[in-house]
Ligand binder design. Structure first.
Ligand code: PMP
Length: 413
């Protein structure tokens, strides 16, 4: 039995912050292991919505009245909270988006459309989420650049020798995830960024799965762009952020036009644009969601990301050891550096059936291709079961999951 007593996370206290954990599913206590898809929100984040709509709802930035002022301050405070969370140098380097997907599309449509053309190469890894593949494919069709793929070995680790060989003077961008959502592999983004920079390429990091588990330091990494989603960090859906180095963002054209992003609009002389970050925030943003995003980060900070990470690593170790006793179960993704994700397949039991049946035990896991079809196909599977952990999960829940899994497998064989 794995020991958890040395860890500085009071899981009982943490759980009290999450009202949803009180509910039952099929008459059983909810065991929520689908955190990599979206994680649950603490009461303080739910309260942020309530407070916002009861006390300060107003459109931001243009109003002169008190509510507009307060809502603007709350929104801009959230920007500062995100800045500090990722250690950006300035808050104007943080652009609010609907999430990671929109952040990655912003880079493709603004920087990519302006800078990529025939003869250029973009490197993406074989373990990318579709949201860091398809925007590049869509743009490549239009702009005629080439997409090259950094391969992954059978453990789910990026082949860094191949990466070095792929980099050349035509490489303009390396687009890579920090942590794989399908396998949990942690990629050496700092080293990869340094090498890309030696070749004059920029680096875009998809941090959707890193943000809840790893202290992000965009300056330490040297990242040019970094994307994250609020709902993976105990926040709401509908909000996320793109970090971009100020000088890059300043040189990039807008990607969506509308209110908020302009300086002056005219039919007679060219329309001029607002300074960053507003140039990239056309229209009314998801104000309450962004404010709640800030509150979610405050919640993470109150627990301590390092304590959360240590707790989840121990859960991962416990779960990996426990499932390894199950006959015919194979863990997919055995990288030495992993975060909070246990992906597996079982001989004679289809992943979808396992996911459906284990729900009867109150256990929520995700099954399928996890929006990473090229990765799964490289690893010779078309679907896996994925259990992913958060700060509120317990070793007892892991035991319920492993028992349920064994029952389900027995039923299916
Ligand atoms: N990248 C990774 C690694 C992800 O895990 C996800 C979400 N599954 C995304 C990008 C997309 O994030 P969102 O759906 O929040 O835009």
């Amino acid at each position: 039995m794995t020991n958890f007593s040395d860890l500085l996370l009071d899981v009982a206290r943490v759980r009290k912050d999450f009202p949803i954990l009180e509910r039952e599913v099929h008459g059983k206590p909810l065991v929520y292991f689908d955190n990599a898809a979206t994680c649950q929100t603490p009461q303080s984040v739910i309260d942020a919505f309530d407070h916002y709509y009861r006390r300060m709802n107003a459109n931001i930035h243009r109003g002169l009245h008190s509510l507009a002022d307060e809502a603007t301050a709350a929104f801009e405070n959230a920007r500062e909270t995100v800045r500090a969370f990722i250690n950006a140098a300035e808050s104007r380097e943080v652009i609010f988006t609907r999430g990671t997907t929109e952040a990655l599309n912003l880079v493709a449509q603004s920087w990519g459309r302006a800078n990529l053309g025939a003869g250029d190469e973009v490197l993406v890894s074989q373990m990318e989420h579709h949201s860091n593949i398809v925007p590049w494919q869509l743009l490549a069709q239009e702009r005629g650049f080439t997409i090259k793929v950094i391969p992954v070995d059978e453990r789910g680790v990026l082949d860094l020798h191949a990466y070095h060989d792929l980099l050349n003077e035509r490489t303009r961008l390396v687009a890579v995830n920090h942590v794989s959502n399908a396998l949990g592999t942690i990629n050496p983004v700092k080293e990869m960024t340094a090498t890309a920079h030696e070749h004059g390429a920029l680096v875009l990091i998809d941090g959707a799965q890193a943000a809840p588990h790893i202290a992000i330091d965009v300056q330490g990494i040297g990242a040019d762009f970094y994307a994250l989603s609020a709902h993976k960090v105990y926040g709401p859906t509908g909000a996320g952020a793109l970090y971009g180095r100020a000088e890059l963002l300043e040189a990039m054209p807008p990607w969506q036009g509308g209110g908020e992003m302009i300086a002056t609009v005219s039919f007679d002389v060219p329309t001029t644009f607002a300074d960053i970050p507003h140039k990239f925030e056309a229209g009314t943003p998801a104000i309450a969601e962004v404010v709640a995003f800030g509150r979610a980060i405050e919640w993470v900070n109150s627990i301590g990301l390092e304590h959360i990470a240590a707790w989840e690593n121990r859960l991962l170790k416990h779960a990996s050891e426990a499932v390894s006793g199950i006959d015919g179960l194979r863990i997919i993704g055995t990288a030495p550096e992993k975060a909070a994700v246990l992906s597996f397949v079982v001989d004679g039991a289809h992943s979808q059936d396992i996911g459906l049946l284990i729900d009867q035990f109150g256990v929520a896991i995700r099954t399928g291709h996890h929006c990473a079809q090229p990765l799964l196909s490289r690893l010779g599977v078309d679907a896996t079961c994925r259990a992913s952990f958060a700060a509120y999960n317990t070793p007892e829940e892991v035991d319920v999951f492993v028992d349920g899994l064994q029952h389900v497998i027995n039923m299916l064989r």
